[in-house]
Design a protein around this ligand. Structure first.
Ligand code: NDP
Length: 400
């Protein structure tokens, strides 16, 4: 069916690449292009004997638009799947515009020097993508990603209007370390040490970090503490889903994680302000990343399950209605299948599916779109087929 260029070769990319190789009918060829080419080559060596997908590799600095353009022109992919870091979103979008190739990512742009993630930078590309006749699909991971597809599906099949959405992200996995992050530590710590926020009546309401706590009993996992966080999909869902009065995002954290994080914050290790150390400028958070366990190494040691989903409350045919859509994913099952833990898995599978939606023409409109702006049905079907089956509950326990 076509060729996909995947940029980045970390935890999420590794899963997406495994999944593309399982799906050779659509992904006839992939190019894995990343900063460290040896990682791309190692994955190619492992996967090429198992798949019909023809794998090529390349070194690329995705901060450099000209390098990207040259590589895209030489490989001529149908779509570029950006699984590097959020800092590279705009340079990769620029290169896609210059070469007229579709673009997919899993996280919205974030400038390196301000830990503030919002869609305005990428939405500013709308007209240029429309004019170029190409699609940018933003946020095709799990959250954002599947949470947006769940919302579009709920809206299409179960509601006339959705008034309240609570997104619940529960990781019941245990990796045995006192402190480690499940995906890129720098991105993860920037996210959880930021102020919390949610949208109510069209306005952002800001909270202190971890100020709002709830306890929820998750199917497949059990009772967990969860905390309200700012999360990027709130911004787009509040605009794209009809009738929204309030939308919140909660993530579970264990006490050990929070105690370590507080301590690291208190001593200044999570700061993104550069400091001088022995004559060299370093960013404390980047240094911390270097000493923490590599998320990719957590796979073999993580046991337990994740449960991520959305609770919707709204109206259907004039009556109140509640609906919970979620996926349960087992860390060890993921490891057996693709050699990664469930956090990378739950992001990498939807990334492959997003690229597939574009390559197969199932999602086909020029411009820059968030995932909930497309027909959710083919994506929901693909989730069941490619390893993230969803479950529904028409009488869920609500979050107060
Ligand atoms: P990793 O740190 O494991 O991987 C990032 C990869 O990008 C590495 O291979 C890295 O190369 C490469 N890279 C970084 N900078 C550049 C550059 N300038 N040029 C080329 N390659 C570069 O991160 P994850 O796999 O954990 O996360 C990937 C993305 O997924 C992130 O944007 C993250 O925010 C997003 N994410 C989204 C989620 C969702 O549900 N929507 C959930 C989790 C993550 P090198 O090997 O040299 O370091």
């Amino acid at each position: 069916m076509g060729k996909c260029m995947i940029i980045g070769c970390g935890g999420v990319a590794s899963v997406a690449i495994h999944k593309c190789c399982q799906n050779s009918e659509v992904f006839e060829g992939i190019m894995i292009a990343s900063r460290t080419k040896s990682k791309c080559d190692a994955l190619k060596e492992k996967l090429q004997p198992t798949t019909k997908t023809v794998i090529e590799t390349a070194q690329v600095n995705a901060d450099n638009v000209d390098e990207l353009i040259a590589l895209i022109n030489s490989y001529k992919p149908d779509v570029v799947l950006n699984l590097a870091l959020p800092y590279q979103d705009l340079t990769i979008m620029d290169a896609c515009l210059a070469t007229k190739v579709h673009y997919v990512d899993t996280a919205n742009y974030e400038p390196v020097d301000t830990a503030k993630f919002e869609y305005k930078w990428q939405w500013a590309y709308r007209e240029r993508f429309e004019k170029a006749g190409i699609t940018a699909l933003l946020g095709s991971g799990f959250d954002p990603g599947v949470t947006g597809v769940f919302s579009a599906y709920a809206m299409k099949h179960h509601f006339d209007e959705i008034n309240y959405i609570d997104i619940l992200d529960c990781n019941g996995g245990d990796h045995g370390y006192p402190f480690a992050t499940n995906f890129n530590p720098e991105i993860n710590i920037r996210e959880v040490s930021a102020k919390g926020s949610y949208i109510e009546d069209g306005k952002w309401v800001e909270t202190e970090p971890m100020e709002i706590k709830r306890v929820y009993n998750f199917k497949g996992v059990g009772e967990k503490d969860m905390y309200l966080l700012h999360h990027e999909e709130l911004e787009s869902l509040a605009l794209n889903i009809k009738g929204i009065k309030r939308i919140r995002f909660f993530m579970t954290f264990g006490q050990s994680y929070l105690t370590h994080l507080k301590c690291l914050e208190n001593v200044g290790m999570t700061s993104i302000e550069p400091i001088m150390y022995e004559g060299k400028e370093i960013v404390p958070l980047q240094f911390l990343k270097a000493v923490l366990p590599d998320p990719a190494s957590l796979g073999p040691r993580t046991v337990g399950k994740t449960n991520i989903g959305c609770i919707f409350r709204g109206k259907k045919d004039g009556k109140d209605k509640n609906y919970y859509l979620y996926n349960i994913c087992d860390h060890q099952e993921c490891y057996k299948e693709v050699g990664s833990q469930a956090i990378s898995y739950t992001t990498g599978v939807p990334a492959m599916i997003g690229a597939m939606m574009i390559m197969t023409g199932k999602w086909n409109k020029a411009g820059v779109y968030n995932i909930e702006e497309f027909d959710p049905d083919p994506f929901m079907e693909a989730l069941n087929k490619w390893g993230l089956p969803w479950e529904e509950d028409f009488d869920p326990v609500l979050v107060d």
